[in-house]
Design a binder for this molecule. Structure first.
Ligand code: AMP
Length: 280
């Protein structure tokens, strides 16, 4: 497995692979990898000749008061996980390599980013779309793998690829969870013991949404109210949002007709955690 920091080195390698007719699967990450990331690599490994993982904590997708400086990093541990998952190349650039002096071109989106995380993190998706675009141009993958844990991000990327006629397939992979149900996240490392214990309420609340839906509840307001009540039983939880939205347009729904995304973000101390479920 190669670890590469320069864009030109990635391009050289990709050029060789393409000449050989190899297909390329790509997994973009911010590192501090866990089983959730590994599941994307495993999916990529199964369907492509070569697998590239990027590890880049992208400054552009963090707001000024967010956790960019403290975001956990451990390239050595990440390399072992990638090696174990059969990855062929890690692309690990410095911020200066990705954003040269004078950088001023962005990819932004008008729809899909007004609700959920887009509402609480106004610059986030512009940063995500821009960096993912750049990474797609650098790596030129046939397929790219994203987690359903970041459901809005997955919808945004799929829309961007469609709108901009990008020639690759976007594949969503299921959420990987801890034994008690908490969605795996690099940010779980911020949690104190007490916060960690209480954070299980996120997955319990999405399970409650599913149960209500299965029992016939279709009113978004009722589902949101019951989830809110459950989460508020945890004194350390501060709800950022709980929303029921259309899975494709990310527009809020009053009633669930056939399908809906129920998504939430909850702050526990320094960690802002997200979870979601698709009801259908
Ligand atoms: P991140 O490093 O947090 O930017 O995540 C990189 C990719 O891994 C994104 O596509 C995430 O959705 C995905 N991912 C993160 N956590 C999980 C998880 N618990 N299960 C599945 N995918 C995940």
């Amino acid at each position: 497995m190669k670890i590469v920091t320069k864009i030109t080195e990635v391009r050289e390698e990709i050029k060789k692979w393409k000449k050989e007719g190899f297909s390329v699967g790509f997994v973009p990450t911010m590192g501090y990898l866990h089983e959730g990331h590994k599941s994307l690599m495993t999916a990529a490994r199964a369907n492509n000749d070569k697998v590239v993982v990027s590890i880049f904590v992208n400054p552009m997708q963090f707001g000024p008061t967010e956790d960019l400086a403290n975001y956990p990093r451990d390239l050595e541990r990440d390399s072992l996980l990638c090696e174990d998952a059969g990855v062929d190349m890690i692309f690990h650039p410095e911020a200066e390599e990705m954003y040269d002096i004078g950088f001023c071109s962005y990819v932004d989106m008008n729809g899909l980013t007004k609700e959920l995380c887009g509402k609480s993190r106004p610059v986030h998706f512009r940063g995500v779309c821009t960096v993912v675009n750049k990474l797609f141009h650098i790596v030129q993958p046939d397929r790219a793998y994203f987690g359903e844990k970041d459901a809005q991000q997955l919808a945004v990327i799929k829309r961007m690829v469609l709108d901009l006629n990008m020639d690759l397939e976007i594949i969503g992979c299921p959420i990987v969870r801890e034994a008690d149900g908490l969605a795996k996240s690099s940010r779980n490392t911020y949690l104190t013991k007490e916060e960690r214990e209480q954070a299980v309420i996120l997955s319990k609340s999405v399970a409650l949404a599913k149960e209500l839906f299965t029992d016939g509840e279709r009113k978004a307001a009722v589902i949101i109210e019951k989830m809110t009540q459950l989460i508020e039983t945890m004194p350390l939880a501060k709800i950022d949002y709980i929303q029921v939205v259309d899975t494709r347009t990310i527009e809020p729904l009053d009633m669930i007709e056939t399908e809906a995304l129920v998504a939430l973000a909850v702050q526990f101390g320094k960690a802002r955690l997200i979870d979601n479920i698709t009801l259908r």
